[in-house]
Design a binder for this molecule. Structure first.
Ligand code: GLV
Ligand code: MN
Ligand code: MN
Length: 399
């Protein structure tokens, strides 16, 4: 079996680690994640690495080098709800494959390699993104630990149940010398490479993103007795905002805005919706445009609320500026790719956003079918994954 085929097979094995039978849902600190860790830690051991798990729940595996310096490699093991097989896991298994090659050849590099399998990048369980890389970068505030999941469990308690100590997360931050870099292989999640007919490309930037939680508060009431003109229906206002946000983004070049989660209270067929809570995700490659759009969209929500006599409140849940990949690492990726090298920007967020606070960041994108991602139809070609392992191995040699 080629390294590419073995990597894809490992993604299949991880896809079976899910909290929802029949679809892939692997949240932070879940039973599914525990099972994924057993597999991944085993593969890390096989590749000659020493493996530890930190308190937030990142697997961290080291392949010693001749000297003390370190190149960090990795991606995340958590998923969105009803996810594909490759967003995250592919980067972890490709990194392990590159280390396995060195181990099989009984080779040591002048520097160590540390493979990071991050605990949470998507933010599915607690609505707060990048928990794994934030902990490593020392950027996870203590108050975050009081966030609650849909069952009311705090993040601190979820961490404890998973075997970590939430009071010791700060001690897990990267404390060694500045690493040589953090590099991540990831599916593109967009159509550019497919359009160019190329298996891989070097990433030059990661777009910024803002997320908000909006609450529309009206008044619950009887669906059969309250006359239409007296209603304060929170969902009517909320639904109007969902459509308005779509049209606002569609009419602003480069802007994307998404309402992906909506909760209707009390949520019964014969009760007028009294309260609607929704997420709003806003992205643009230019930070100024993104910030302006976020402010305009919140204004729009308030105006819509006023028209329906519904109160609107909004709070930011996360905000990150765009991050430029290190020109030095981009150049190295280009060299490792060879003649066909292209550069592209990422509209999706990645752990490199927080890793950029402690080191240079570089990413390699792998073509995916139809640009489809955050969807069970996510697909990659084995041959492309083989190219990714080869390019990553060359990148490490060049470094
Ligand atoms: C992570 O997948 C993101 O939302 O960009
Ligand atoms: Mn994702
Ligand atoms: Mn991802």
């Amino acid at each position: 079996m080629t390294d590419g085929a073995a990597a894809v097979e490992r993604c299949e094995i991880l896809a079976a680690c899910t909290d929802e039978p029949g679809r892939i849902t692997r949240p932070f600190a879940s039973d599914a994640m525990r099972r994924a860790h057993e597999h991944v830690a085993g593969w890390m051991h096989q590749a000659g690495m020493t493996v530890t798990r930190d308190n937030i729940g990142n697997l961290r595996a080291r392949y010693e080098g001749a000297g003390p310096e370190t190149l960090l490699l990795g991606s995340h093991l958590d998923s969105v709800r009803d996810a594909g097989k490759y967003d995250g896991p592919l980067g972890v298994v490709v990194a392990i494959a590159a280390v396995q090659r060195l181990h099989d050849a009984n080779r040591r590099l002048p520097f160590g390699l540390e493979v990071l399998a991050f605990a949470d990048e998507e933010g599915l369980r607690f609505g707060s993104t990048y928990l794994g890389s934030r902990a490593l970068a020392g950027r996870l505030d203590e108050e975050e630990l009081q966030r609650r999941d849909a069952d009311g469990l705090t993040m601190a308690e979820a961490i404890r149940r998973f075997g970590g100590d939430p009071t010791r997360i700060a001690g897990d931050r990267w404390s060694g010398a500045r690493p040589l870099g953090y590099v991540e292989v990831h599916i593109e999640q967009g159509p550019v490479l497919e359009g160019l007919g190329l298996p891989v490309g070097a990433v030059n930037a990661i777009a910024g993103q803002d997320r908000f939680e909006l609450t529309f508060t009206g008044e619950a009431g009887h669906a059969g007795t309250v006359p239409m003109k007296l209603r304060r229906d929170a969902l009517v206002a909320g639904a109007e905002f969902v459509g308005a946000a779509f049209h606002y983004a569609a009419s602003h070049e480069g802007l994307v805005a998404t309402v992906g989660r909506l909760m209707v209270q009390p949520g019964a067929a014969n009760v007028i919706p009294g309260e609607v809570t929704m997420s709003l995700d806003v992205r643009h490659a230019a930070d100024g445009e993104r910030e302006a759009a976020g402010a305009s969209l919140l204004d729009l929500a308030r105006h819509i609320g006023e028209r329906w006599n519904v109160r609107v409140s909004a709070s930011p849940t996360s905000s990150r500026a765009a991050v430029r990949c290190s020109p030095r690492l981009v150049a190295l990726w280009r060299k490792a790719i060879g003649e066909d090298a292209v550069e592209l920007a990422s509209g999706a967020g990645h752990d490199g956003v927080y890793m950029s606070e402690i080191t240079d960041v570089g990413m390699l994108f792998v073509r995916c079918k139809g640009g489809i991602s955050h969807n069970p139809a996510e697909a990659v070609d084995v041959a492309d994954v083989q190219v990714a392992v080869d390019v990553l191995s060359r990148f490490i040699e060049l470094l």
